[in-house]
Design a protein around this ligand. Structure first.
Ligand code: ZN
Length: 423
């Protein structure tokens, strides 16, 4: 018999009293929900918001996918879990280091902890880059009814019992492998969760989607509404199958284009080279990963590293005055303000406003993938507001926290496991 509570990363969680499904709608800006409610296309979410729990929380800044997913699943800020972007610059070697692997993660996920205590846990992501971090130290081979699983829809055709705790996933879900750039990549995650709920009845599901639609389509666009409507049907199914559903997002999304439709970019490396001379600074865009077609590696948060006598103060002083820059903080202040790991922070963190994004050198960014779309992207403070919605009402204590505006994205599992007013 498992313990009634489990201590994890300094927080006490109640053992799931029923299947709990936490869904991270990647790029799920609150504006999509507002528009979906107005258009009447998300009846299940509307019901959760009315009869259950609904709040807007502060997500991790930089408002990127990996940092926020790790904040959600570890229940702690990036200062503790260590993942503050897709890239950071190793000061010793001067090399950009990929941060999306499991080796740089400094805190364990709640999924790992519960699976090792004998719970059946399902961790499913759209993109495989997240899978290893999410599944780190999960027990996929013992305990539980039919064992825990960790896989991505991107690689659903390659799952093995040893690596993922499940095989033949395409047959299991009854769908073909979804395209990397499609809404189906996300819907497959939800459908796999529904199938697992029908067959293995996991104690905990973490279903993390991809922001392909949100990068390409504004709230209210037919493609966006179709996607939200398709998700909403599946959220309804999860509840019908007996799950408590908790919806959140890793970050929001803003249109960062000029009136003529071209991206509204500050090419920061070009600006710094012009002002201080070439070779005195390095701009790292921590949104960069292998799949940048839909945003051209342009986001709302970059890190500047100073060299050859250039001081952070000089950089921050210049940059703070640029049109479109919301804030520029030196390392210590950035780490403190946003609860980031200081050893992985740049000398200056530069954050753009809602309508602007930041790149390095104009010649180094390939924007051909935008294919005539307006650039929609994220990374700044303006994209760090995320919804937290639960299909059941919360206790008074959690309702008060939501009203006080003190809810953070790293409280999502706290709400999901401890916050429900169980009848
Ligand atoms: Zn994301």
């Amino acid at each position: 018999m498992p313990a009634a509570t489990i201590e994890h990363n300094g927080i006490s969680y109640r053992w799931p009293d029923k299947p709990v499904a936490v869904v991270c709608i990647d790029g799920g800006d609150p504006a999509y929900l507002e528009r979906g409610l107005a258009d009447g296309i998300i009846p299940n979410i509307a019901r959760f918001m009315k009869d259950g729990f609904s709040a807007v929380a502060d997500g991790t800044v930089p408002s990127f996918t990996c940092p926020n997913n790790m904040s959600i699943v570890t229940g702690r800020p990036a200062a503790v879990h260590g993942i503050s972007g897709n890239f950071y610059l190793d000061r010793k070697t001067g090399e950009a280091v990929v941060m999306t692997g499991p080796e740089l993660l400094r805190a364990e996920s709640i999924m790992a902890a519960l699976s090792r205590q004998g719970a059946v846990v399902a961790s499913i992501t759209a993109k495989d880059k997240l899978r290893q971090q999410l599944g780190k130290n999960m027990d996929l081979h013992s305990g539980g009814r039919k064992g825990s699983v960790s896989f991505s829809s991107q690689c659903a055709d390659r799952c093995t019992q040893a690596e993922n705790g499940i095989e033949d996933v395409l047959d299991f879900v009854g769908q073909p492998l979804p395209d990397m750039y499609s809404p189906e990549l996300s819907l497959f995650v939800l459908d796999a969760g529904i199938k697992l709920l029908e067959t293995r009845r996991p104690d905990l599901l973490y279903l993390s989607l991809t922001d392909f639609i949100q990068h390409a389509h504004a709230p209210g666009a037919p493609e966006a509404n179709a996607f939200y409507s398709a998700m909403d049907r599946r959220f309804g199914q999860l509840v019908e199958l007996g799950a408590r559903v908790v919806l959140t997002a890793d970050h929001g999304m803003n249109d960062k284009s000029k009136p003529d439709g071209t991206p509204n970019v500050i090419w920061l490396q070009d600006v710094l080279d012009r002002e201080f001379g070439a070779g005195r600074s390095t701009v790292i865009c921590p949104i960069t990963d292998a799949f940048v077609g839909h945003h051209g590696a342009l986001g709302g948060f970059v890190r500047v590293y100073c060299r050859n006598g250039l001081t952070p103060r000089d950089v921050a002083g210049l940059v703070a005055g640029l049109p479109g820059v919301e804030a520029a903080y030196e390392r210590g202040e950035a780490a403190q303000r946003f609860e980031l790991p200081e050893d992985r922070e740049g000398d200056v963190a530069v954050i753009s406003d809602a309508g602007t994004c930041i790149g390095a050198r104009a010649v180094d960014h390939d924007l051909s993938g935008l294919k005539g779309h307006r650039l929609r992207t994220h990374g700044g403070i303006a994209e760090a507001r995320v919804p937290v919605i639960m299909s059941e009402p919360a206790t008074d204590a959690y309702a008060r926290r939501a009203e006080a505006g003190t809810l953070k994205s790293y409280h999502v599992f706290d709400v999901a496991l401890n916050g429900a007013a169980v009848a």
